[in-house]
Design a binder for this molecule. Sequence first.
Ligand SMILES: Nc1ncnc2c1ncn2[C@@H]1O[C@H](COP(=O)(O)OP(=O)(O)O)[C@@H](O)[C@H]1O
Ligand SMILES: CC(=O)N[C@@H](CCC(=O)OP(=O)(O)O)C(=O)O
Length: 283
Amino acid sequence: MTTSSLAVSECTLSSTTHANKSRHTFSSLKGKTFVVKLGGSTLEYQRMVLQDCICLHALGASIVLAHGGGPMINEWLTKLHIPICFQHGLRVTNAQTLEVVRMVLCGQINQELVAMATLLGGDVVGLCGTDGNIVQGHIADESLGFVGEIDAIHPMLVRQVIDDGYIPIIAPLGLAPNGSCLNMNADLVASRLASALQASRLTFLSDIDGIYGSDGSLVAEMNEAEAQTLIERGIITNGMIPKVNACLHALEDVPCVQIANGRTPHVLLHTLEDLPLGTRFVH
Ligand SMILES: Nc1ncnc2c1ncn2[C@@H]1O[C@H](COP(=O)(O)OP(=O)(O)O)[C@@H](O)[C@H]1O
Ligand SMILES: CC(=O)N[C@@H](CCC(=O)OP(=O)(O)O)C(=O)O
C-alpha cells in the first residue's frame, strides 16, 4: 500500500459514516477544485484538516490550501517586544514587523504544514504568494505600512503544481511592482485564488462555527446586505471583517463559499454532504 492510499484508508476508516453517506459525492470529485483557508486560529487542528485534504485529493479533487497565522505572528512579536496593532482586522506592518511576518508565515507555519502533510502521505508543495508572482499587489493605505491590496493573481504556478499531482500550500505574502514583499490578509488571498482558479468550493476554517448574528445565534445563510449591516452594527468585528469581505468577493465566481469550524472532526468531508454547516454565503 502506498503512503497516499494509507492516508486515504486512515481518513476513510476514521470517517466511515461520511464515506458511506457520501459515496455518490466522493465518486464525482474529478475536475473539482476546492480551496481551503486554514486560519491561524485553527492551526493546532492542522493534522485533521491535512488528513481530509489528502483524502479528497486522493479521491480526485484538486486541493489548494491557503493558510494564515495571525496568532503565531502575534506570539513572535510579543517575544521580540514589537508592538502589535490592527486596523479593521488588518495588521499594521512596518519594516520590522514585516520581517517577523515573513519568517513566521514561510519559515515556520508553511514548513510545518508541508512536513506534517508529507508525514501523513500527502504530495504537497509549499509556496508563498511571492513565488511565480502568484499574488501581486500594492500598498493601498500608507497608514497600514507594508500591507498589500491585491491587484492580480497569477495562478499559472499553482495550476502547474496541481497538474503535477501536488497539493499547493500557500502562505499569504505578495509582491509589489517595485519587488518589495507585502503582508496580505490570508482570507483575501484565499478568496482571490479561488476566483482565479474557478474553484467549485471555498471553505474558510476558523475557530468558530460560523458567523454569529445580533441575537448571538449562528447565521446559516448570509447575503451581502446582511453582512454589511452586521459590520456597521459592530456585530461582525476584527478578523471576521476581512473574512466576510473575502467571502462576498469570492461569491462572484465560486458557487459555494462558506465559513466552518476547523475544530470539528473531518469538517471538510462534512462540507461535501451539502447539509447545513457553518455560514454559507448567498446572493
Ligand atoms: N459576528 C461574529 N461571528 C463570529 N466570529 C466573529 C464575529 N465577529 C468577530 N468574530 C471573531 O472572528 C474570529 C475569526 O477571525 P480570525 O481571528 O481572523 O480567524 P482566523 O485566524 O481563523 O482567520 C473569531 O474567533 C471571532 O472572535
Ligand atoms: C495584513 C494582515 O493582517 N496579514 C495577516 C496575515 C496572516 C493572516 O491573515 O492570518 P489569519 O488567517 O490567522 O488571520 C497578519 O499579519 O496577521
